[in-house]
Write a protein of this length. Structure first.
Length: 103
């Protein structure tokens, strides 16, 4: 499923749409949702909506991206640049700031 957002990341950049509190599963065992402001020093989760072509090696070869559109990823909190496009919030980050792909 591809979302048309009107932005094309360059190099090894990834555009991620952060998951909502409900999608993140930020709730207690009794079903109470924990607001984002209550969570300190946590990694972020989001859905990849666009990826760049990859990074160029020192030899000039294009290194392919490991993440793909549609995957849910865990990424560092302080790595991304946050942007707003058509009222939706997105994070743009280097693939190096992606910690894991959630399966």
């Amino acid at each position: 499923m591809s979302i048309k957002i009107g932005i094309r990341p360059l190099g090894d950049r990834v555009v991620v749409q952060p998951l909502s509190e409900h999608e993140r599963g930020a709730k207690t065992a009794s079903g109470i949702y924990i607001p984002e402001t209550a969570e300190k020093e946590r990694s972020e989760k989001g859905k990849v909506v666009a990826v760049g072509p990859g990074k160029l090696s020192d030899e000039g070869k294009l290194l392919p991206m490991h993440v793909k559109v549609g995957q849910t990823v865990l990424f560092t909190k302080y790595g991304p640049d946050e942007v707003k496009i058509d009222g939706e919030e997105y994070s743009i980050l280097s693939e190096a700031n992606v910690l894991a792909v959630l399966e």
